[in-house]
Design a protein around this ligand. Structure first.
Ligand code: ZN
Length: 413
């Protein structure tokens, strides 16, 4: 190596060190917490060709590091950031621009926000960079043949990695409630980067959280219940983690709240679902497939081990069958109480069953409630009223009272 090249090498390394220090400073959560994504923009170059370069721009209030990778089936670009605020409007964009079909953004894990971009087909990241003045992160993606598609390879700012799952402490198992109160776990469906069903400015994740809060208040006011929420803010949780909250808190009952869409705009009303390997009807099977897709929506790589054989084996187990029976008993009581409390039921059989992952607890009786359809104008309006939330809360309180009385009666025999 000549003296000259070693000097320039030194300058380069020193430059790198300075860049690294700058990056490490960036990583400090105090900076990240103040950071906000102020806009998400899509562009195409040349403008009229779907085969050109598609540009994804995240406008930032201040620079943050990032990490990104591609995922297949379906094709997605996933961009991880430190936890940031989102002042960009809404949590999803339906725009079809170039390779981009749709995108979502929001909270993913503690310390980790995420953007998931649905792609039309296989692609590669041509360029990615942080630009300053104004601060923004830019991705250029181009289509490639399926054979050249390389999922999972991480690119991004060096020195920053999003927090991993194993670093996340699971809630510790708490002893059963010593006050003798029953523990009801309320799961507000979706959240964070996964908006659930979206119609205009109406997001399923917001409706489910508002209803969950009303239910918690009503149950706790009665003095007979302690309510544990799987989430109490706009955050993402994997389906497995939702079930885990029920176990860790020794839940006596688990209710997952949702609001679906239907291709037919006239379809409306609430339904209660329980777990079954065989679905009650085609529509219930399709709904379970949609709800089970939540982790894919959030760009999580589905780990088959997460839904271990244990769960499948347990399906044959006595405990499993006992839990399933109790779930069905509660589902019937809840269906009756929803009707009594003027929560309109779906015209088809209101209690149905299918293979919902979130209902797979072997020990905690679990039901999933579809409160209504965002695709129906009347339902959509009603789902957002405090009157509706109050009716649902009353129905769940009455059904819980009825259910635990039944459980106590059985125990006394
Ligand atoms: Zn849902």
């Amino acid at each position: 190596m000549s003296a000259r090249s070693s000097v320039s090498m030194f300058t380069f390394c020193r430059g790198l060190a300075v860049a690294l220090i700058a990056l490490l400073t960036l990583c400090e959560s105090s900076v990240a917490k103040e950071a906000a994504v102020t806009g998400v923009r899509l562009g195409l170059n040349p403008p009229s060709s779907a085969k050109g370069t598609t540009r994804v721009v995240l406008d930032l209030s201040t620079a943050v590091p990032y990490s990104a990778f591609l995922l297949g089936s379906p094709y997605r670009l996933v961009i991880d950031l430190p936890e940031v605020a989102w002042s960009a409007n809404g949590g999803s964009k339906q725009d079809t621009v170039g390779l981009v079909q749709r995108l979502r953004y929001g909270h993913f894990r503690p310390g980790n926000s995420r953007v998931v971009v649905d792609l039309m087909g296989p692609a590669k990241i041509l360029r990615h960079s942080v630009l300053t003045g104004p601060d923004r992160i830019v991705f250029d993606i181009v289509p490639v043949g399926a054979a050249r598609f390389a999922p999972g390879k991480k690119v991004g700012a060096k020195g920053w990695e999003p927090p991993t799952v194993s670093a996340m402490p699971l809630p510790r198992r708490k002893p059963s409630d010593l006050t003798g109160k029953r523990i009801v776990v309320i799961d507000a469906g979706h959240g964070g980067v996964d908006p659930g069903a979206v119609r205009g400015r109406t997001y399923e994740k917001r409706i489910t959280l508002a209803v969950a809060n009303a239910v918690k208040q009503r149950l706790e006011e009665s003095g007979r219940y302690r309510v544990v929420m799987t989430r109490s803010r706009d955050e993402f949780l994997e389906l497995r983690e939702r079930v885990e909250v029920a176990h860790a808190n020794s839940g006596d009952l688990f209710l997952s709240l949702h609001a679906d869409t239907h291709p037919k705009g006239v379809t409306r009303g609430a339904s209660v679902y329980t777990l079954s390997q065989k679905a009650s009807d085609k529509e219930a099977a399709a709904l379970a497939a949609k709800e089970n897709n939540a982790d894919t929506i959030a760009g999580t790589r589905i780990d088959p081990a997460a839904y271990s054989d244990e769960t499948i084996d347990i399906l044959r187990d006595l405990q499993r069958r006992q839990t399933d029976r109790q779930s069905v008993v509660f589902a019937r009581m809840l269906t009756g109480q929803l009707e009594k409390n003027d929560v309109g039921l779906a015209r088809r059989k209101a209690h149905r069953f299918a293979g919902f992952v979130v209902l797979k607890s072997p020990t905690v009786p679990s039901v999933l409630v579809e409160l209504g359809y965002l695709s129906n104008a009347s339902d959509r309006k009603m789902l957002q009223t405090s009157r509706f939330r109050s009716r649902v809360a009353n129905a769940i309180l009455a059904a819980s009272d009825e259910y635990f009385k039944h459980v106590d009666d059985l125990a006394r025999r």
